[in-house]
Design a protein. Structure first.
Length: 227
């Protein structure tokens, strides 16, 4: 699994054509089978009215036994951890790209926020993991992993806003600058506000059965939040 643009649904499964053939049938390699399991789990989470995903239902979707799943993952919690790791790798790779390419702190935050909303829209199942909805009743450590992930996102936003405050102080003092930042900009407060906005957008997207797009009017709203 490797990071990709949020404009395209990340591919969790590698092509089975690379697998070894036995008896005229293509057999996925061990790593490919793990990726296929995660892709199937993510697809099941994309169903708007889905019930709690069970290993029996997941095995049935893949056409294998539950025992076959446990040859690749010790538990269902490990499967969810695989999805969380994929989300982390993807979004933080993109955040690093944004901060490396965009020197302005306020624009960094806006780009990061829009990227996260686009990622959710293209990956509905992952959105239910980000909001914790898919993790209800699962191992408590999964909720802790999501909390840590959100804390990392907030830290990235806070760092960009610290840059914005420094830029404002150097350029225009308390009068502010053309990007909306002012010298007394509170990076921690504003970063928490942006994260809360993102969480609200993700929750509404999931609760609407993925019909209310998270990116609707988001750029204009973020400009208001960041001014």
């Amino acid at each position: 699994m490797r990071p990709s643009s949020p404009d395209h649904k990340p591919a969790l499964a590698a092509s089975s054509s690379a697998g070894a053939k036995a008896g005229g049938r293509t057999r996925p390699r061990p790593g490919e089978r793990r990726a296929m399991i995660l892709q199937a789990l993510a697809a099941m989470l994309e169903q708007p009215k889905t019930e709690k995903v069970t290993t029996a239902a997941l095995a049935a979707k893949l056409g294998v036994s539950e025992a076959a799943l446990y040859r690749h993952f010790a538990s269902k919690a490990q499967m969810y951890e695989g999805l969380i790791e994929f989300i982390e790798q993807t979004i933080f790779s993109l955040i690093n790209q944004i901060t490396a390419q965009e020197p302005n702190g306020v624009r960094q935050v806006r780009s990061i926020a829009l990227m996260l909303l686009a990622f959710a829209e293209k990956n509905p199942g992952m959105t239910r993991v980000l909001t914790g909805e898919a993790l209800t009743g699962e191992d408590p450590r999964l909720e802790q992993r999501i909390t840590q992930l959100l804390d990392r996102i907030e830290a990235s936003l806070r760092q960009a806003l610290k840059l914005a405050a420094t830029e404002a102080a150097q350029s225009h003092g308390s009068a502010g600058n053309k990007n909306g930042a002012v010298a007394d900009y509170d990076p921690a407060l504003r970063a928490n506000l942006v994260l809360s906005y993102l969480l609200g957008r993700w929750h509404r997207y999931a609760k609407s059965g993925f019909t209310r797009k998270p990116g609707e009017q988001a750029d204009a709203q973020l400009r208001l939040i960041l001014q």
